[in-house]
Design a protein around this ligand. Sequence first.
Ligand code: FES
Length: 168
Amino acid sequence: MTFFRNPSKEPLWKEEFSVLASDERYVTRRQFTKFLTLASLGMFVGNLWILLRSRFARARQFSSVKIAQVGEIPVRGVKLFTYPTPQDHCIMVRTGDDEYVAYSQKCTHLSCAVYYSAENDRLECPCHRGFFSIKDGSVLQGPPPRPLPQVTLVRDGSKLLATGVKGT
Ligand code: FES
């Protein structure tokens, strides 16, 4: 059995194997560079999309919607409403004689509906015991990562209007 056609030349297997080791490394490097270029392009497009989306969200205009009559609910009473779309559930609490606050009812942890606990004077999420301040919607306890988005309320005569949402 012979492994050499001509003992003075290259071994037979080298003649049959057409890709040189140095070329193989070159091809691999080229593929890796192509992969890096495509990955970088993908990340650039993704970041651009996030930037444009956040700019668009900031520029979003909210309409002014009447949500209640002044004095319609008692002090420490609650009214549920939707704003700015019918899918966005919100909660308004009358915290004083002439004080009202409103927040998104969707917990910032896993989107359970929060409710007002008059006993503890805070908003509570029953799913994982996340508690929010009634004053500003900040997280008091539990896993929620962010404050509740606050609905801006404006009094217009005897009407309470929702005019925007802060912290979305
Ligand atoms: S969903 Fe509200 S604390 Fe988890």
